[in-house]
Design a protein around this ligand. Structure first.
Ligand code: ADP
Length: 274
């Protein structure tokens, strides 16, 4: 038991299934993300990472199971309430930045507040840009900014509502190594200095090493996790998962006993030895 286990859960998934016809994209995921922590989600292609992120962020609804954000159970919410919750409590950054090209950096950052019917104060927007080191780029359009700067604008936009959770779907996937490290350093700093709960899907073991823990998915299930990850250990674990494949996970699960229901955060099946 580490000190993070006793913190309030920012996100909690219990028995989450997401099916597409016969295909189980998520096959019973239990995952607790303590507030103020940085979690990376990894796994082979098709293992359910994007689906997990979408369900955890209230962008998609599970077929069954429970998702809570900041103690609010999402399954009972109407579309309208869910939209409001997403707007107020969730920040999202994507690989492709998704900035509006015709708007300046400041206007992009102000967008979530405008959508919520608020007229953002200039200082609020400037403050959000300053947090990501771009106070002097407020009037620039996305095309006038580098990739790293665009992603920092997207980050400022995601954070302006002070969300309970920041989700990133490969947020550094389109950036070069140096810029990628800058953005990751910024994410780490937001967690350390502002307690910003962050959940990020990534393919990159170095990116994952900035997190407090890495959760590995295989075939829509939590197969393993690594705390205080280092890039080398993450890469080894990924390689083991990719070569072991689904059979090893299912096999290990059987050894542990079918029907055992692991508690939140403890759904860990060792696939490969350390
Ligand atoms: P990852 O992000 O790990 O690559 P995904 O969450 O995108 O995995 O996908 C998990 C599985 O669900 C894959 O087999 C994928 O083909 C399937 N899947 C994802 N989205 C859909 C969809 N909208 N319709 C049908 N199948 C889907």
């Amino acid at each position: 038991m580490t000190s993070t286990d006793s913190r309030i859960a920012a996100v909690r998934l219990s028995g989450v299934h997401r099916r597409y016809g016969d295909l189980a994209a998520l096959d019973g995921v239990d995952l607790t993300v303590p507030a103020g922590t940085f979690t990376a989600i990894m796994g082979p292609s098709g293992s359910g990472k994007s689906t997990l992120l979408q369900c955890a962020a209230g962008l998609d609804r599970p077929t069954s199971g429970s998702v809570e954000i900041g103690g609010t159970e999402l399954s009972g919410l109407s579309e309208r309430r869910l939209t409001l919750l997403r707007r107020e409590r969730i920040g999202f950054v994507f690989q492709s930045f998704n900035l509006v090209p015709s708007l300046s950096a400041a206007q992009n950052v102000a967008l979530p507040l405008r959508l919520a019917g608020r007229r953002p104060a200039r200082t609020e927007v400037r403050g959000a840009l300053a947090r990501v080191g771009l106070a002097d780029r407020a009037r620039h359009r996305p095309a006038e900014l580098s990739g790293g700067q665009q992603q920092r604008v997207a980050l400022a936009r995601a954070l302006i509502t002070r969300p309970a959770v920041l989700f990133g779907d490969e947020p550094t996937g389109a950036l070069d190594t140096v810029t990628s490290r800058q953005v990751l350093g910024m994410l780490r700093q937001l967690v350390d200095e502002e307690g910003q709960t962050t959940v990020m899907v990534t393919h990159d073991p170095v990116a994952a090493s900035y997190a407090d823990r890495v959760v590995f998915l295989v075939d829509g299930r939590v197969a393993d996790e690594l705390r205080a990850p280092e890039a080398e250990g993450v890469a080894e674990r990924m390689a083991a998962l990719e070569t072991a494949g689904a059979g090893a996970v299912r096999g290990a699960d059987t050894v542990r006993g079918a029907g055992a229901v692991p508690g939140p955060g403890s759904a860990v099946v060792e696939v490969a030895g350390r």
